[in-house]
Design a protein. Structure first.
Length: 397
């Protein structure tokens, strides 16, 4: 609950003015919290006298917290390779494990996945749990869920991380529900609080307008899914050594009510935008499919892919796999060319980690220029073809 320290409160009214829900009012010089409070924490951040704080009440730990130790990363194995987000999570997991003084473990489920163990150790893992079985060749939520639940109950890790991918978003919530564990979805930042070792999980909230930091003090494990491309993998260290643990489970745990009839890899152009080092993105200002055809030409000359804002996707100019932002994908390319994109926070959270951002927009006051490395103010229908032509000329010369 939100607590007001009456001795510190000076009745300045800043909390009342900044409360999006109208839940705080100043009465007789003291802030009073009403029933509409959602515990978003924005008032706590803006209170200079530090008269406000959020206090958890009426809850006690559901498990013995001291029994849980270790950082786990659930590594996805798809189409014969480890998903890149697995290496990204091992990077941040290594930092968390070192802070806590505990081992970092990579958990990988699949068929014939043993050859990946060395790569995971080189990426930072101290231990690799291998669960190999023909029935794990195809992802099926009920089987993967039972296997993961079994491992967590047996080994009791304090933190479990997974990618906020299609698989991670379906698997981790159902495991957290069965375990009665706390889960924060779609995180963009993770940290350990020094004084008590609590995992601090930060994610966008309220449509990306604020960043909320969440903790799970009463349950274990602390579970989080993390957006791909927001964490940096560690440089590969082939000299690292680690332990490979082969997990044997009863056959009945692999029985499923799901039958996978076919697994199809999408053949849409450049849909895997999270693995592109160069992206040319279009927004509402591209004004239609013809505009995106122009962007594809520039992307081809640059050797990159095409991305889009939600406005362009909602207008039907390009398919959803290209969408960047709060409701799309998070990307971290070396070069991001934003064409006709205003730069609203919902889009910015998906691309602001790009190394270099070039913005092309006719509005000099567009928010995209606040995060752009270079800005070109003008008509994108003049600038983009000119850039494409200059690149072609340079190549031929």
């Amino acid at each position: 609950m939100l607590i007001v320290d009456e001795e510190k409160c000076i009745g300045c009214g800043v909390c009342e003015a900044n409360c999006s829900f109208g839940a705080i009012s100043v009465v007789d010089g003291i802030a009073v919290v009403g029933d509409g409070c959602t515990l978003c924490g924005s008032c706590v951040d803006t209170c200079e006298p530090e008269a406000l704080h959020i206090e958890a009440t009426g809850k006690t730990a559901t498990v013995d917290l001291d029994e849980w130790s270790g950082i786990w990363v659930i590594v996805e194995f798809r189409h014969g390779t480890v998903a890149p987000v697995g290496f990204e999570l091992l990077g941040v997991g290594r930092q968390l494990a070192d802070q806590r003084g505990v081992p970092l473990s990579g958990i990988i489920l699949g068929d014939r996945v043993a050859e990946t163990a060395g790569d995971l150790i080189a990426a930072g893992a101290d231990q690799v749990y291998l669960v190999e079985h023909p029935e794990l060749a195809q992802y099926r939520e009920d089987v993967y869920g039972r296997v993961l639940e079994r491992l967590i109950r047996e080994h009791k890790p304090e933190v479990v991380l997974a990618g906020a991918t299609a698989i991670g978003r379906s698997l981790i919530p159902q495991v957290a529900t069965v375990l009665g564990a706390g889960l924060t979805a779609d995180c963009t930042q993770l940290a350990i609080r020094e004084e008590d070792g609590m995992l601090l999980q930060t994610r966008p909230a309220f449509g990306g307008n604020i960043m909320a930091t969440i903790e799970c003090p009463f349950s274990r494990p602390q579970m989080a899914t993390v957006r791909p491309r927001v964490m940096a993998p560690l440089p590969r260290d082939a000299g690292r050594s680690g332990e490979v643990i082969r997990v044997e489970l009863p056959e009945d745990i692999y029985q499923s009510r799901v039958e996978v009839l076919e697994n199809v890899i999408s053949d849409q152009d450049d849909v895997n935008i999270q693995e592109q080092e160069i992206l040319v993105a279009g927004g509402r200002g591209t004004d239609g499919e013809k505009g995106f055809a122009m962007l594809r030409e520039l992307a081809e000359e640059l050797g990159g892919g095409v991305a889009a804002s939600r406005a362009a996707v909602d207008s039907g100019w390009i398919s959803y796999p290209h969408q960047v932002g709060q409701t799309g994908k998070t990307v971290c390319p070396k070069l991001y060319v934003a064409c006709g994109i205003s730069g609203a926070i919902q889009h910015a959270v998906g691309m602001q980690s790009a190394e270099t951002v070039v913005a092309i927009n006719r509005d000099p006051a567009a928010p995209i220029y606040d995060i752009a490395t270079y800005g070109l103010v003008g008509d994108l229908f003049e600038i983009v073809p000119l850039l494409t032509r200059k690149l072609r000329e340079k190549k031929t010369s």
